[in-house]
Design a binder for this molecule. Structure first.
Ligand code: FE2
Ligand code: FE2
Length: 472
């Protein structure tokens, strides 16, 4: 068990004090991080006491401490899951060799790129969400937003620790650049598409935490398999925090669904919008957007990069142990692509299909929440079903980018797409309508905005009407 030091500038379980040079470098990065947080983190709430959980160790029970804290005083720490004794590389060409404690020279650039790409998503999402507090539907939701935000901040710390400790000057420069890019900035955007999309209303926030944070989960699961042991250990612990982010998304959407059903039933014409709510049609279009955008984050269907990450033991499949063949040199993967006007099957060498393998797991996992939302609709007595659009729908990356498909995956002409896509993706009018419901924040404990049902329970045994944020 690694021992935790919590009374230093940077809480950690990596014996930071034992490496003065590294400690100094991180302590120099810390004020830059804080400056970024104050500038780009939640706007208008930095002086408030927020009931937050803070990671204080990596023990399965008792890893987190809950208390009021002002966000700039949050104790962002560096925590690696405990080392596995005699850990071996679990897949690829190096399978069975001891996992690397240091970066192998030949993989240095690739590993750095993988870490930077993951690291970049963490502050990006904080930037995307920075104004949402000002339109919060309840104090409970406000607290959850901030919980997600501070933990994405900690995930940035996790990646910056790796950059500083293993990549020398290049790593330090990358750590600075992670604080310089800005979500949505045309001159210095964040690296991946979805992380530059505006997230300006709470329906988007719930969809983002359900679909986009879940992409994060699968990337972290794949990196947790890495032969580079420090990366494996840090991502394993990040997954502990990530679960709550997806919970926020799943239950957030569920509560909007529940309220949509109530209001639809209340209305003589069955229109939830007439009753001041979000209707299920709008919800489906938001779902279509965030799901399809998040699918892009997995990269191209056929990818020589993915093959080489796998071959060299840098990035595996999610829960690699579930597969029998960890070398994957012989298998093929059948995928569909558009050739001319027809969808044709194609067999791809398995290693080249690793992005698609990971995407499969992700899609299956996404469906679980959709099933729950549909159960709520059914319980309300309505005959509507939410669905995940086909994975070819609305893609900008990979085999299906540049072609048009309907939500069931059938090819469309550009003219058909122009004619019909307003029914499938949020329109400017949808976005304006959703925003119009969220013009003022709800700060009274226990009170909920009109368009969302209350949660089933509060946080950490506290009641729903607990004062989760003391807003001044
Ligand atoms: Fe994260
Ligand atoms: Fe997250």
């Amino acid at each position: 068990m690694s021992s935790v030091v919590n009374d230093t500038k940077i809480p950690n379980n990596v014996d930071l004090a034992g490496d003065r040079k590294l400690q100094r470098a991180l302590e120099e990065w810390q004020p830059n991080f804080l400056k970024w947080w104050v500038e780009m983190g939640p706007e208008g709430f930095q002086a408030d006491d927020v009931y937050l959980r803070t990671a204080v160790s990596v023990e399965p029970d008792g890893w987190a401490h809950f208390d009021y804290v002002k966000m700039p005083d949050y104790r962002w720490g560096i925590f690696l899951s405990d080392a596995v004794t005699d850990r071996r590389i679990g897949f690829g060409d190096e399978m069975g060799k001891p996992a690397w404690q240091q970066v192998p020279g030949e993989h240095r650039n690739t590993l750095r790129r993988l870490i930077v790409t993951q690291g970049d998503t963490e502050p990006a999402s904080v930037e995307q969400q920075r104004l949402l507090g000002q339109t919060c539907p309840s104090l409970y939701d406000l607290r959850n937003l901030f919980q997600v935000n501070v933990e994405e901040g900690r995930h940035l710390w996790a990646m910056v620790y790796l950059l500083h400790s293993h990549f020398g000057r290049d790593g330090r420069e990358e750590a600075e650049a992670l604080l310089e890019r800005r979500s949505g900035d045309p001159d210095k955007p964040r690296i991946l598409g979805t992380f530059n999309e505006p997230c300006e209303d709470w329906l988007s926030f719930f969809m983002f935490t359900y679909f986009t944070d879940r992409d994060g989960k699968y990337q972290l699961l794949a990196l947790a398999e890495s032969g580079f042991d420090p990366l494996s250990r840090t991502t394993r612990f990040m997954l502990t925090e990530e679960a709550h982010h997806m919970f926020v998304g799943e239950t957030g959407v569920l509560r909007v669904v529940q309220r949509a059903c109530e209001l639809q039933k209340l209305d003589p014409n069955g229109d939830a919008r007439n009753q001041g709510g979000i209707d299920l049609g709008t919800l489906q279009r938001y779902l279509n957007f965030w799901f399809s955008s998040s699918l892009d984050l997995f990269g191209g269907e056929v990818s020589s990069n993915a093959a080489s990450f796998f071959a060299s033991g840098l990035k595996g499949r999610a829960k690699e142990a579930q597969y029998e063949d960890h070398v994957a040199l012989t298998g093929t993967y059948r995928m569909q692509s558009l050739k001319g006007d027809a969808i044709v099957d194609e067999d791809v060498a398995l290693r080249n299909a690793m992005n698609e393998v990971l995407r499969d797991e992700y899609v299956e996992d996404c469906q679980r929440g959709v099933d729950k939302w549909n159960r709520a609709i059914k319980e309300a007595g309505l005959a509507v079903e939410l669905t995940l659009p086909h994975r070819r729908f609305n893609r900008r990356v990979g085999l299906h980018a540049g072609a048009r498909f309907d939500p069931s995956g059938q090819p469309l002409s550009e003219a058909e797409w122009t004619h019909k896509s307003a029914a499938w993706l949020p329109t400017a009018a949808d976005r304006a309508y959703v925003k119009s419901l969220m013009t003022r924040p709800i700060y009274a404990p226990g009170q909920m905005a009109h368009w969302i049902a209350p949660p089933k329970q509060g946080i950490k045994g506290r009641p729903v009407d607990f004062e989760y944020v003391r807003h001044t």
